[in-house]
Design a protein around this ligand. Structure first.
Ligand code: ZN
Length: 458
C-alpha cells in the first residue's frame, strides 16, 4: 500500500471514518424521527428540530403566520390531534394514529356523517400500487381528505360514514433551524435538507440525518484542529416555503454562499446521483463530479432543471447560487417514493454512512482545492536530488505518482486549481493532493495566497 502524504484533519477524519458506528447513529435518528407527524408548519417540525439539536446545536427561528416572503405568505400553523373515518360497520379506518400518511397533510377540521358518495372525492389512493398509502398535501387550498390503500378504498360499502378530523389551523409560525460553524472566511458552504415530510424515511429523514452529522463532525474537527477554510451552515427548513423564507430573511448571507448541496434520498441502496447547479460548471459542480469519478462506483450526473427540491429556490435567477443536489436514487424514481413503503426498511445504516462519507469527501475537495505556484518554473526541477525518486521507488503507484508530481509542477502556474489539474490529467484528487504534499515538503510549491471571497468560478 502506498502511504498517502496528505494528512489534513479532514483527510484523517475520512481515513478513520467508522462506518458501522456512524451508520447506527444516523439510523437511530431516522428511527426516532419517523413517527413524528411533520408538515410545513407545526409542532412536528419543532419536535424534529429538537432531535436534530441533540446531534448538532441549532438556532431555531419562528416566522409568524402572515409574514410576506417574496411572492409567498407564511400560512396559518397546522397541528393534528386525531383523524379517522368510521365505516358503516363501526370500524375505524385511515386513522392518523396508525399512520401519518392517512391524513391529507394540512386538512382542515371536519366532523360529519356522510354517504360514501359524498366521502369519495376526499379519498386518495394509488391504483397502480393498490397496497400502498400515498402521501398527499394541500397547503394552500383549504380542503380535507384521507389517503388509503386502493384495495381498501375499493372494498368500502354503501352506508353512513363518520368523518372526524381534529386539526387546528391558527395564527402561529413557520419554524426552521440552522447550525452555523464559523470558518477562516465568511464564504459559506450551505447544506440544506427539508424537514416537512411526515413518516417518510428516505425522502426527508435520510437527508436530515446526513446533514446533521456532517455538521457534528465538522464542528468537532474545527474544535480540535482550528477553523476550516469555509464557514458552514446546515439548514433544516420546510421544503419550498422554508427555503423561500430563509432566503427572504437572509439575502446578505445568501450572497456569501459559495457552494452548497441540497440533501435528500440518501438512505436507499441506489447509486449516487448528482444534479448540477444552474451554473453547471461551478467549483461545487466540479468537486462533486470529481468525488463521484474518483469513487470508481457507478453514478449519474444530470443538468439542472427547475423542478425538484430547494435547489429550485437557490438557483432561481435572483440568487443563482452554486448549489446542486447530491442524492442516491432521485425523487420520484423509486417505487416507494411518497408512499408508506418509504419506511425504516427502505433506509439502511450502511447506505446512510456511505452517503455521509461522500458528503465529507466533497467538503474535503472544496476545502483543499486551490491554486499553487511552482517555485522552479524554468524547466523541470531535479526530483532525484530532492529525494522524490526514492519516495517513488517505495510506492506501488510509483509511475502514477511521478506523473502526478510532473502534472502538479507543470500546471501550478497560479491559474490552475487542483481540480483543473485532475480534469486535465485524469488523475484522482488524492493522487494530486499527495503530489502537492511531497512537493511542498521540498519547497517546490507554495499555495497561492488568494482570498477565497474574491476567487471567481470559471
Ligand atoms: Zn417529497
Amino acid at each position: 500500500m502506498s502511504q498517502p502524504s496528505s494528512t489534513s484533519p479532514l483527510a484523517r477524519l475520512l481515513a478513520d471514518f467508522d462506518a458501522p458506528s456512524l451508520g447506527a447513529e444516523l439510523y437511530r435518528f431516522v428511527e426516532a424521527a419517523y413517527p413524528i407527524c411533520r408538515s410545513i408548519t407545526g409542532d412536528g417540525v419543532r419536535q424534529t428540530l429538537a432531535l436534530l439539536d441533540a446531534i448538532v446545536p441549532l438556532e431555531v427561528h419562528e416566522v409568524a403566520s402572515g409574514t410576506q416572503v417574496f411572492d409567498w405568505t407564511v400560512p396559518e400553523e397546522w397541528n393534528v390531534r386525531q383523524a379517522w373515518i368510521q365505516t358503516p360497520g363501526g370500524e375505524r379506518i385511515a386513522d392518523v394514529q396508525q399512520h401519518n400518511l392517512h391524513l391529507l397533510n394540512y386538512s382542515q377540521p371536519v366532523h360529519r356523517r356522510m354517504s360514501l358518495e359524498e366521502l369519495r372525492p376526499h379519498l386518495f389512493s394509488l391504483p397502480e400500487q393498490p397496497q400502498r398509502i400515498p402521501y398527499r398535501t394541500s397547503y394552500f387550498k383549504r380542503q380535507w381528505g384521507f389517503c388509503l390503500p386502493h384495495e381498501q378504498l375499493q372494498s368500502l360499502t354503501e352506508g353512513e360514514y363518520e368523518v372526524f378530523i381534529d386539526t387546528t389551523l391558527e395564527a402561529g409560525a413557520l419554524t426552521y433551524g440552522e447550525h452555523w460553524l464559523a470558518g477562516q472566511s465568511e464564504q459559506t458552504v450551505h447544506l440544506s435538507a427539508h424537514v416537512c415530510h411526515p413518516s417518510l424515511a428516505n425522502d426527508n429523514l435520510s437527508g436530515l440525518a446526513v446533514v446533521a452529522f456532517v455538521g457534528r463532525l465538522l464542528r468537532r474537527l474545527s474544535r480540535d484542529h482550528g477553523p476550516l477554510r469555509y464557514s458552514y451552515r446546515c439548514l433544516f427548513a420546510p421544503g419550498t416555503l422554508g427555503a423561500i423564507t430563509w432566503l427572504a430573511r437572509n439575502q446578505e448571507a445568501a450572497g456569501r454562499i459559495r457552494h452548497g448541496l441540497v440533501a435528500a434520498n440518501l438512505g436507499d441502496g441506489g447509486s449516487f446521483h448528482f444534479k448540477r447547479s444552474r451554473r453547471g460548471d461551478s467549483q461545487l459542480d466540479q468537486a462533486v463530479e470529481r468525488v463521484l469519478i474518483d469513487s470508481g462506483e457507478p453514478h449519474a450526473v444530470e443538468d439542472f432543471l427547475p423542478f425538484g427540491y430547494d435547489e429550485r429556490q437557490y438557483c432561481s435567477p435572483g440568487f443563482d447560487l452554486a448549489i446542486g443536489s447530491l442524492t442516491r436514487t432521485p425523487w420520484g424514481r423509486y417505487p416507494e417514493y411518497h408512499t408508506d413503503a418509504d419506511n425504516l426498511d427502505l433506509v439502511r445504516p450502511e447506505h446512510l454512512a456511505a452517503s455521509l462519507h461522500r458528503y465529507l469527501q466533497v467538503i474535503q475537495v472544496l476545502e483543499e482545492n486551490r491554486c499553487y505556484r511552482n517555485l522552479n518554473p524554468h524547466c523541470e526541477p531535479q526530483l532525484g536530488r530532492r529525494g522524490l525518486y526514492n519516495l517513488i521507488g517505495g510506492r506501488d503507484d510509483g509511475r502514477e505518482h511521478q506523473l502526478a508530481l510532473l502534472w502538479v509542477l507543470n500546471l501550478s502556474d497560479g491559474d490552475h486549481s487542483l481540480l483543473d489539474i485532475c480534469r486535465r490529467s485524469g488523475l484522482s484528487f488524492h493522487q494530486v493532493l499527495d503530489a502537492v504534499a511531497d512537493l511542498r515538503q521540498v519547497d517546490l510549491l507554495v499555495p497561492l495566497e488568494t482570498d477565497i471571497s474574491v476567487e471567481t468560478d470559471p
